[in-house]
Design a binder for this molecule. Structure first.
Ligand code: AMP
Ligand code: GLY
Length: 424
């Protein structure tokens, strides 16, 4: 069997490795991949993740049996529709179903219709309308640009003045090109990422995870794509997970089916767990990054079987995803300047020594003159397993300590909360 993974980050590296552990023993291709993925799969560096035509062409030419898509851009661009039309089995939502991530306004309206708990909100359709609403909103408040914004489309505003500035940015800056902005109530609590596989009707939850979005320790500084993660999460046992899936994922999947946009793929709910219980912050239509790097190494079930089943309407009936009891902690090693900018071309040392202790997946790396160099904001992920959060965490930090490159940034408090809650 032959599998193709679309994307070239740490998430895709983790997916490649999980596919290779399958009993189907697939030959794995990755488009475009990166310097680290090249050790585990045949990379196709000339093919960008959102180049739908090129992906369909290569998948057809190479007779691929399963495509797994990582990034949202490719999904929203319709890569799964195009592949399936060409007769290539592809895991992920159609463009119509990926709108759950592609449009925050669509997601909010759907949650309202399906009775899914989320922050109160108003949709602002113009700057003038926004100014009116901002004058009577309570602060802090949250503003979100409607479209995909690579993690930059959410601004937490402490005052009306900050909110006005955010609205100006969203409505005027080309990269947002927003025609709608969501003004949302600020929620307090603890964040949880709960990803589930969906087949248009059935929902199979994956292990819960927590990620760390801010660049600095203590959740300070700007939001990033994610600086670390761990799984499972103390306090969220199987019964709690089922309860969340019943109140969030299942009603959404049912609502999507009613709208004629059946959701196949990963439905990722970003949740805030507060005094009133879980509320949805956002939906993603794909695997999370870096949650996937902590979740998939613990997966005991066959990923190929699960992904193929999710393509078929009702295919996941009677299936479940089983996980090891081990804890996993993932650290992100980022380059200087991230998240505002990133640096590249710096030689990375210590990769082999780190790999003796932990699983090292590559995000932004490139090969140059026989060495691995940095090539992006998030450079590497280090994932360690352990019988307790403390063991996994210590091992992850020991392994990361063996890696060095110019300007390397790493948070020192990843999974500290889990260690406190589960004394070893
Ligand atoms: P999102 O992309 O919608 O998940 O937002 C990115 C991050 O902004 C979330 O992970 C939260 O940390 C924060 N955030 C989003 N919405 C809210 C909200 N309503 N209240 C508090 N924090 C929020
Ligand atoms: N970890 C956040 C995301 O994948 O969007």
């Amino acid at each position: 069997m032959k599998a193709l993974v679309v994307g070239g980050g740490g998430r895709e590296h983790a997916i490649v490795r999980a596919l290779r552990r399958s009993a189907h023993a697939p030959e794995v291709l990755c488009a475009p991949g990166n310097a680290g993925i090249a050790a585990d799969a045949e990379c196709l560096p000339g093919i960008a993740a959102d180049d739908v035509e090129a992906i369909v062409a290569i998948a057809t030419e190479r007779r691929v049996d399963l495509v797994a898509v990582g990034p949202e851009m490719a999904l929203v661009a319709g890569v799964v529709d195009a592949l399936e039309q060409a007769g290539v089995p592809a895991f992920g939502p159609s463009a119509a179903a990926a709108e759950l991530e592609g449009s925050k306004a669509f997601a909010k309206e759907l949650m309202k219709e399906a009775g899914v708990p989320t922050a109160g909100y108003v949709l602002l359709r113009s700057r003038e309308e926004a100014v009116e609403h901002l004058a009577c909103a309570s602060y802090p408040a949250v503003l979100k640009a409607d479209g995909l914004a690579a993690g930059k489309g959410v601004i937490l505003c402490a005052t009306e003045a900050e909110a006005r500035a955010a609205v100006d940015v969203f409505f005027t800056e080309q990269r947002f090109g927003a025609t709608t902005v969501v003004l949302e109530e600020f929620l307090e609590g603890e964040e949880l990422s709960l990803l589930a596989l969906c087949d248009g009707g059935n929902v199979v939850p994956l292990a819960p995870a927590q990620d760390y979005k801010r660049i600095f320790d203590g959740d300070q500084g700007p939001n990033t794509g994610g600086m670390g993660s761990y799984s499972p999460v103390p306090g969220f046992e199987q019964a709690d997970v089922e309860e969340i899936v019943d109140s969030v994922h299942r009603p959404i999947v049912a609502a999507m089916a009613r709208r004629g946009r059946p959701f196949h793929g990963v439905l990722y709910a970003g949740l805030m767990i507060g005094a009133e219980g879980p509320k949805v912050l956002e939906f993603n239509a794909r695997f999370g990054d870096p949650e996937t790097q902590a979740v998939l190494p613990r997966l005991r079930s066959d990923l190929v079987d699960l992904l193929l089943a999710a393509r078929e309407p009702g295919g996941l009936a009677g299936m479940s995803a089983e996980f090891d009891s081990d804890w996993a902690v993932t650290l992100v090693l980022a380059s200087a300047g991230y998240p505002e900018s990133s640096s590249s071309g710096d030689v990375i040392h210590g990769l082999a020594a780190a790999a003796e202790l932990a699983e090292v997946t590559h995000a932004g790396t490139a090969a140059r003159d026989g060495e691995i160099v940095t090539a992006g904001g998030r450079v590497l992920n280090v994932t360690a397993l352990g019988a307790s959060p403390a063991e996994a965490r210590d091992r992850a930090y020991d392994a990361a300590g063996r890696i060095s490159f110019e300007g390397m940034q790493i948070r020192t408090d990843i999974a500290a909360r889990a260690v406190e809650r589960v004394p070893s």
